[in-house]
Write a protein that binds this ligand. Structure first.
Ligand code: ADP
Ligand code: MG
Length: 702
């Protein structure tokens, strides 16, 4: 908030004793005025409607009734003690009961008076009843006043809070007191032109109405205003950082397309590029001509042809006198990239180096020399290639495969590899919904390959229950007889590791029995094995010496065995959607029709069923990512934890996608017109950025 008032510790609020303050901090993380102001209701109860006593039923939610009070008395002893009141309207009698706060309630009740009562109705001994109703003296004016406040806020509370009479109603009273005291200090933080353009209500109005809506319409406007503000400020900050970054880091200019690129394109590329590939190449080409360092995320499903795009971008860099490298998360993947790339470029065209943890010292030395002299133009490897010892003459373009394993820190290590930092292309086969990418990778530009090369046969996916296991075995045999290879994957999840390992062992036993030597040979790979053994087993499968690979999810990342055309996933209901999609992507890489069989038990949760159905229905990674986002919410999507996504309080990345896209575009246009935010009309935005940062850091400290 933009006034110091809101930093006032919560105990300074009227009605908040030291002990209440303690419990508010502990239970709700409400430390100061701002925290309380931003403790929003989780729902609203409609108070426009009045019920008659005869219409009361126990199934109804909260209702309000206008009644006249006839009598009341305290009954019972000690823990059966209660205050019971009799009341009626023109349709019948109703009994009101209090078990707590008896003395206080008793004092406030007046016989013969009319009240608006509000609470959860019940039937007791065949008679309408209401326990602990809210009582408000009835009068024409009160009703009119009420006529405005039709939606009653409901706040989440806890047992502990309730002991301090901080139930929903108690919290509501505090918020009312707070609003009364600080209303005038709630300052606008968006410039007038934005308010007008997006038809937003003022910040004051928004805060008042989110707590105490005048009506449903006003509530919607309040929500809209606060969502807008939240998304707007987040995007403002992200795009500002991106801008700062590009101002700080000059970029190498790849001015021309040269011989190497053209020769490759005309004589070596064995297929026409897809339109999506062409588009991304164009995007990269534009990025690398601007004199600004490129940080681009390239998303595309497995097999969509990202590697080719990366290679051609590298050739462009080489044409302009630069060196390039590809960094993979594992040695196996580095080896595979090496193979793919050497095959594509051919022997005599351009030298390609490979540098991983197991590169012998002698070779390493030669590589180092060739890099320093600038002789070697393409280096492929693991993070070994960003070690300090590895010096480049003129590194200009870096490709990072599978971004989840490389954090911002590693990226920045790369920036330091040259006076002018190299352009960076991050490739990922885990598509992220567009809105999430905007927020998660607000500092990266995003390119998407959303088209598979022509002639690809989509993977056929089926869902089998345990009862179909024999059919599944039969299918495996049939495919193996055709010369294909099969993956069988088991879950291995930390929380249930013991059970999972048992399942894996049982699975291996069943498989060995069903697929005995010498006709069948199995590779077995799981996380508990030594790395060398894993590599050896994997290598046997890659070479085709074994037909079945039984594994835990260690094979998830990028392994490419074109001849493997069947993926069987055991206990598929236990995998997340993106994981299932990643696993399935291990097949469908060769010319053959590929299959994925999802095995599950009969008992499925609703979400589990949706996950499996989604997998059967579509091969499109973006569609799958959307469903995943909807099922799990942004908080559980990989990578979101460190980002600002979770700080969103009002806006929701699933339901407010349209607004987010609109806001993002708008913020972009602001920076286009006014990169420094120096126009007078944008002055307020500096403030907003600063107070947001303070707010965030404050949250972290508490
Ligand atoms: P990704 O890295 O996105 O998983 P790759 O670049 O490894 O995909 O490409 C997968 C396979 O498809 C490779 O064998 C590659 O040669 C081939 N490929 C790439 N682009 C095309 C295209 N436009 N037409 C036909 N095949 C292609
Ligand atoms: Mg690839």
């Amino acid at each position: 908030m933009n006034s110091q008032v809101f930093e006032t510790p919560i105990e300074y609020l009227r009605g908040v004793s030291a002990s209440r303050a303690e419990i508010l901090k502990k239970e709700l993380q409400i430390f100061n005025f701002e925290d309380l102001l931003r403790y929003f209701p989780y729902k609203y109860i409609d108070r426009t409607k009045y019920y008659k006593v005869k219409d009361i039923q126990p199934e109804l939610p909260y209702v309000q009734v206008i009644v006249r009070l006839i009598s009341f008395e305290v009954l019972g002893e000690k823990h059966t003690k209660r205050l019971v009141a009799q009341a009626f309207d023109d349709t019948g009698p109703i009994e009101l009961v209090w078990f707590q706060g008896i003395k206080w309630v008793e004092k406030t009740l007046i016989k013969g008076k009319a009240y608006v009562i509000f609470g959860k109705p019940g039937i007791f001994n065949g008679k309408a009843q209401m326990a602990h109703p809210e009582m408000e003296p009835y009068s024409q004016e009160a009703l009119q006043r009420k006529g405005n406040l039709t939606l009653q806020p409901a706040y989440n509370s806890t047992e502990k809070l309730k002991q301090f009479t901080l139930d929903s109603k108690g919290i509501q009273k505090l918020v009312a007191a707070l609003l009364e005291q600080t209303y005038k200090s709630i300052q606008e933080n968006l410039p007038l032109y934005i308010i007008n353009r997006f038809k937003l209500i003022s910040r004051q109005e928004a805060y008042r109405n989110i707590h105490f809506p005048e009506d449903a319409n006003k509530l919607n406007e309040a929500l809209h205003r606060l969502k807008f503000e939240e998304l707007f400020l987040l995007q403002l900050k992200l795009l500002k950082n991106k801008l700062l970054h590009t101002q700080k880091f000059k970029g190498n200019i790849f001015g021309s397309v040269g011989d190497i690129f053209n020769q490759f394109y005309r004589h070596k590329l064995p297929f026409p590029l897809t339109n999506a590939q062409k588009r991304v190449l164009k995007e990269i080409r534009q990025d690398t001509q601007r004199g600004v360092q490129m940080n681009r995320l390239l998303q595309g499903d497995v097999g969509s042809g990202k590697t080719v795009v990366a290679l051609m971008s590298m050739l462009l860099a080489i044409d302009n006198g630069f060196q390039t490298c590809i960094m993979a998360p594992t040695e196996i993947l580095a080896n595979q990239h090496y193979q793919t790339i050497t095959e594509l470029v051919g022997d005599d065209f351009i030298e390609v180096g490979l540098l991983t943890g197991s590169t012998p010292q002698k070779t390493r030395k030669i590589l180092h020399q060739k890099l320093e002299s600038g002789e070697l133009k393409i280096l492929i490897g693991t993070h070994a290639l960003i070690e300090d010892k590895v010096q480049y003459k003129n590194l200009g373009f870096v490709v990072i495969d599978e971004q989840h394993r490389f954090g911002v820190e590693q990226r920045s290590k790369l920036w330091r590899k040259n006076v002018i930092p190299p352009h960076i292309l991050v490739m990922t086969a885990t598509p992220i919904p567009r809105t999430l990418a905007m927020t998660l990778y607000g500092d990266l530009d995003v390119s998407v390959i959303d088209e598979l090369p022509a002639g690809r046969k989509p993977i056929q996916t089926v869902h089998y229950y345990e009862a179909h296991r024999l059919r599944m075995f039969g299918f495996m045999k049939q495919e193996i007889a055709k010369g294909r290879q099969v993956y069988v994957v088991y879950p291995l999840i930390q929380e249930s590791e013991k059970l999972d390992l048992k399942n894996l062992e049982d699975g291996i036993e069943v498989m060995s029995r069903e697929f005995p030597l010498p006709a069948y040979r199995l590779s077995i790979v799981h996380g508990k094995m030594k790395s060398v053994d894993k590599q050896a087993e994997m290598a046997r499968f890659i070479k085709g010496e074994t037909q079945i690979m039984v594994a835990t999810t260690v094979i998830e990342v990028g392994v490419n065995v074109p001849n493997a055309s069947v993926m069987i996933i055991e206990n598929a209901e236990r995998f997340g959607l993106s994981q299932l999609h990643q696993l399935r992507g291990r097949v469908g890489r060769g010319a053959e029709q590929s299959f994925c069989i999802l095995m599950s038990s009969l008992k499925l949760s609703r979400d589990g069923k949706i996950r499996l159905d989604t997998m059967v229905k579509t091969n499109n990674g973006f569609e799958i990512a959307e469903t995943d986002l909807q099922l799990r919410g942004p908080g559980n999507i990989e990578g979101t934890q460190q980002s600002g996504v979770l700080d969103l309080k009002v806006a929701n990345l699933v339901t407010d996608q349209e607004l987010l896209i609109q806001v993002r575009k708008f913020v972009e246009s602001i920076f286009e017109r006014d990169p420094q935010l120096s126009h007078p009309e944008n002055e307020m935005l500096h403030h907003a950025l600063r107070s947001r940062e303070e707010g965030l850091s404050w949250n972290k400290i508490s």
